[in-house]
Design a protein around this ligand. Sequence first.
Ligand SMILES: [Zn+2]
Length: 387
Amino acid sequence: MAPPMEELGNDFINRLISEYYKDAKYLAPERMSEREFGVGNYDIKIAYRHMSFGYENALRSYLSANSVPYVSCSAAYYRFPAGRPMEAKGWLGSELVFDLDADDMELDCQKVHGSRWVCRNCFTKVREETIKLVYDFLIPDFGFSEKDIRVNFSGNRGYHVHINRENVLQLDGASRREISNYIAGIGMEFGEFFPTAGIRGTTLVGPKPSDTGWKGKIARNFLSNLNAGVDSMMGMGIDRSMATKLYRKKSLIEMGIRNGNWDMVYIKNKADFWKRILDRQAVSQSDRIDKNVTNDPTHLIRLPNTIHGGTGLVAARLREPRALYSFDPMRDAIAFRKGHVRISAKTDYELYMGGQRYGPYGGEINVPTYVGVYLYLKGYAKILREV
Ligand SMILES: [Zn+2]
C-alpha cells in the first residue's frame, strides 16, 4: 500500500510568496530609506524590527529570498531607522495613520460567523466606514485633499489610511489622540450642541446642517433620517408615535433645523438619541492598545502592496481614495493567480473570490490556488496537492 501523500504546508506558501516578490511592483514607500521595517513569520507578525532598506530592489530581494509572510514599516521617518533603542533613531516625523478593521465594528454577522471568517457584509461595512473617515472627516473637517490621502487594504478585513502631508508629520501622541477621539466622537456632550436644552421657556437651539464639524454632521444626520421615514427615526431611539408625528410635519421641522431651531422636535430620551446619532456618524477605529497606530507615532504597520501571511491576499494600495467606492479585496487584492490546488476543507459559509462563489465545503475539492491558500491560512482547509 502506498503511504499517504504528504500535504502541502507553509513550504508551498513560501514558494508562492518568493515568486510573488520576484517581480512585485510599488513596494517602496515614500522616503523609504528613513523608515524602520519589521518582518514576521506565521506565528508572530513582527518577529524582527529595527531593519532598514535603502532601495526598493534590496527590499524586493530580501522578501523574495526569505519568503517573508508579513512585512511592516514605520509610519515614522528617522535619521537612523535601524538604530536602537528607539531613542537612538532620531525621529524626524510620522505620517498620520488610521487603522480600520471589521473586527472593531461589533457587526451582527460576526456574532454568527466569529472573527476569523470574513463575510461580504464585513467587507462592505468596513469599506463604508473607511469612506466615512475620508469623505466625512478627513476632507471636510481637517482640510486634507484626496491627493494627501493614501488608502490600502490591510490584507485581511480592513483598511489603512495614511496621510503624509507636511503639517501632520510633527504631531505628537497627544494631538494624534485628539484627532482620533474627534473622529470616534469621544468626549462630546449633548449640552454643547443643544445649549438651551432643559431650560424652561426657551427655544431648543441646536446645530444647523450648514455648520462645520460635528454640529453639521448631527443636523444632517437627523434630517436624512427624518426624510427617510418613521423606521429610520425609530432607529435613532425615537418612539413610533413621535416618529410618525415628526414625519408628518417634516417640511416644517426641516425648515426649523436649517435655521438652528429644533423646537419642533421633542427629544424625550436624550441620552439614547444622542448615543445613536453619534454611533452612526462616528468612525469605529481600532482601540486595542497594541495596535493603535493613530496615537503611537513609532508603530509599525503593514507595508502596502505586500502579502498578508494570514490570508495570502495583498495589502493592495488603491489608485486613489475614490477607488474605495468600487474596491473589492476578494477580487482586487488576489496575489496567487496561477494554478489550482486540491484541498480538504471544512467551511460553514460561502466564500466569494475572483467573482466566483466557493463553498460551503465539507470534503475534498479542486479550487484556484488563491482560494486554497486563503482557506489554508485561515485554518479552514488542508492543501493536498497541486492539480
Ligand atoms: Zn461578517
